[in-house]
Design a protein around this ligand. Structure first.
Ligand SMILES: C[S@@+](CC[C@H](N)C(=O)[O-])C[C@H]1O[C@@H](n2cnc3c(N)ncnc32)[C@H](O)[C@@H]1O
Length: 293
């Protein structure tokens, strides 16, 4: 007789608990890893931020302590020091804690800082990788980040403004046959475009901006370095947005496959019914609006 699948080893209650730094993926709940889902069903406490969907939160054990720590400008959120202290405190109370983050915890997720604090406090921890938005949003937008004909390397960076200015390694970002992926760059997009052109990129270099990638609210705008900022502003794109710059963006025209529940006017139609898709597509998925917690 076959054995049931092993559950993640959760440390016993009588000892100090353990903290699991878990990536929730970019938005589509089906992109959660199996290990993350198992841990959510077992954890005593879940500490989560705003890029985690309600569908994923629904997988949490009913009596688990659920703690929202935000990290969204418009909502109350706990400062990073407070989050670090909270994780240590919960683990020292003997609780097994899932620290749930959008995407991957080690890619612009401050998972490294939290792991450092846990290590210093001698709290046991594990890291459960998630699909980062560069992978998820690019795949759902039909934009391969590398391609033998267009890009042999891919660089990811943040466009987050510090004190209103942007200090990126522009010379590294303008290398040929390279895709540049920018997280948190929506507000700085006009400056990013300006600087890339000033450092030698052609103004007609293709650019895509993906809002709410992988979710039923995904929107994608394509353009080039000289017009993308105006296009994004005209369409009123809001965070979370991922920016992809490079020749690979031109492949989207041929490779786009994902149709959100409310496709943009003129979007491609899903004419063929596929039994696998039908089985995967739980009824709620096409009717409910995806919402961030
Ligand atoms: C604080 S970073 C977190 C990144 C996350 N750890 C990851 O691996 O994707 C937040 C940024 O990630 C990007 N992002 C996260 N989810 C996204 C999504 N569903 N669509 C587009 N961009 C997303 C945006 O650039 C957003 O501003």
């Amino acid at each position: 007789m076959s054995q049931p699948p092993a559950s993640p080893a959760i440390s016993p209650r009588h000892t100090q608990g353990r903290v699991y730094l878990v990536g929730a993926g970019p938005g589509d709940p089906d992109l959660l890893t199996v290990r993350a889902a198992k841990l959510l069903a077992l954890a005593d406490a879940v500490v989560y931020d705003h890029l985690v969907s309600t569908e994923i939160l629904a997988l949490i054990k009913a009596d688990a302590e659920l703690i929202y720590v935000g990290k969204q400008e418009s909502r109350h959120s706990l400062p990073q020091d407070g989050i670090n202290a909270l994780l240590v405190r919960l683990a020292k109370q003997g609780k097994n804690v899932v620290r749930l983050k959008g995407g991957d915890p080690f890619i612009f997720g401050r998972g490294g800082e939290e792991a450092e604090v846990l290590a210093t406090a001698q709290v046991r921890f594990e890291v459960v990788p998630g699909i980062t938005s560069a992978s998820g949003a690019s795949a759902y937008a039909g934009i391969p980040l590398t391609h033998r004909d267009y890009a042999q390397s891919c660089i990811i960076t943040t466009g987050h403004l510090k004190d209103g200015s942007l200090n990126l390694a522009w010379d590294a970002l303008v290398q040929p046959r390279q895709t540049v992926v920018i997280y948190m760059g929506l507000g700085a997009l006009p400056e990013i475009s300006r600087q890339l052109i000033a450092h030698g990129k052609t103004p007609v270099m293709p650019v895509a901006v993906i809002e709410n990638g992988t979710t039923q609210r995904q929107r994608v705008i394509t353009g080039n370095l000289s017009d993308i900022a105006a296009k994004v502003k005209a369409e009123g794109f809001l965070s979370p947005c991922l920016i992809i710059i490079g020749e690979v963006v031109s492949l989207r025209e041929k490779l786009q496959w994902f149709i959100p529940a409310e496709p943009a006017p003129g979007g491609i139609e899903n004419a063929i019914e596929n039994p696998i898709e039908k089985a995967l597509d739980k009824p709620a998925k096409n009717t409910a609006t995806f919402a961030y917690a």
